[in-house]
Design a protein around this ligand. Structure first.
Ligand code: ATP
Ligand code: MG
Length: 258
């Protein structure tokens, strides 16, 4: 069975793309067949894996709008086992254009049917918005990972996101659950980090990944070299943390430890 995981948080800059790239390559490193779909017009998932944006005119935009197929837009990356369906600037218009098209909630889900069986994991990197593109991700996914930066007052937004996910589950996709909240850019030296962690674990309990992702300069540098952290600096604390998250994900999904 293909596990489809959306990385969502309407707040920008919390580590959605970084997590999608690094969890994707960690899953590929443990021999899973992984497809990463870039649903953000910023295109950071693609550039972070070394792709030049302008060379893919159709990309995920065409797939959503029904003018291209997923199969013809999927590219292999330098990471064995990791494929990508990249995005372009054109996707910026999709959230608005989707409002007027037929079957607007299920465009992505339907477009992925023909290629689904080729992958163990499909990862959906969402934009920082609760728009029609993110809705398409949430109707396609069976799980959501919510990256959360350890900073002051993040909880209100996360509670709103949990509510939105509940709404999607009730209305469009009864298979959707929150796989976990992942604490990112974690820096133990700051009191606020520990305070946020305590608060998040008290509020969301088991839904919080045991592993936290440390703030790590190698993780921040890796995309400018077009590589996931694992290939840029295998021994870095960030790369190793993402490997542990991959193990947690596999345990939860494949060994039924939900
Ligand atoms: N563990 C980390 N250590 C250091 N820097 C990090 C880490 N995780 C993410 N960053 C940096 O933080 C910034 C935001 O991360 P990222 O792009 O993954 O967030 P995002 O949620 O996808 O943002 P957006 O909402 O704009 O799509 C990036 O510059 C990234 O390199
Ligand atoms: Mg992003």
């Amino acid at each position: 069975m293909t596990e489809i995981i959306a990385f969502a948080n309407q707040k920008g800059g919390v580590g959605k793309t970084t997590t999608a790239i690094n969890l994707g390559s960690s899953l590929a490193a443990i021999k899973k067949r992984v497809l990463l779909i870039d649903l953000d017009s910023q295109g950071n998932a693609g550039t972070g894996l070394g792709f030049v944006r302008s060379s893919h005119p159709q990309s995920v935009y065409g797939v959503l709008m029904g003018t291209a197929t997923a199969a013809e837009n999927i590219l292999s990356t330098a990471v064995p086992g990791l494929h990508i369906l990249p995005s372009t600037q054109a996707l910026a218009g999709a959230a608005v254009e989707l409002v007027d098209v037929e079957n607007r909630e299920y465009r992505l889900r339907d477009a992925l049917q023909p290629i689904m069986e080729h992958y163990d994991y499909i990862l959906l990197d969402c934009p920082p918005a609760l728009d029609y593109v993110t809705l398409n991700a949430l109707t396609t996914a069976n799980h959501v990972i919510i990256p959360l930066q350890c900073e002051f007052f993040p909880l209100e937004g996360v509670l709103h996101l949990f509510n939105s996910i509940k709404g999607v589950r009730e209305k469009w996709n009864s298979n959707l659950d929150v796989l976990g909240v992942l604490l990112t850019m974690y820096d133990r030296r700051y009191g606020i980090t520990r305070e946020v962690e305590e608060n998040v674990r008290a509020t969301f309990g088991d839904k919080v990944f045991k592993t936290v992702i440390p703030r790590n300069v190698r993780v921040a540098e890796a995309p400018s070299h077009g590589k996931p952290a694992l290939f840029y600096d295998f021994n870095s604390t960030g790369a190793q943390a993402y490997l542990r998250v991959a193990t947690e994900v596999v345990q939860k999904l494949e060994n039924g430890e939900l």
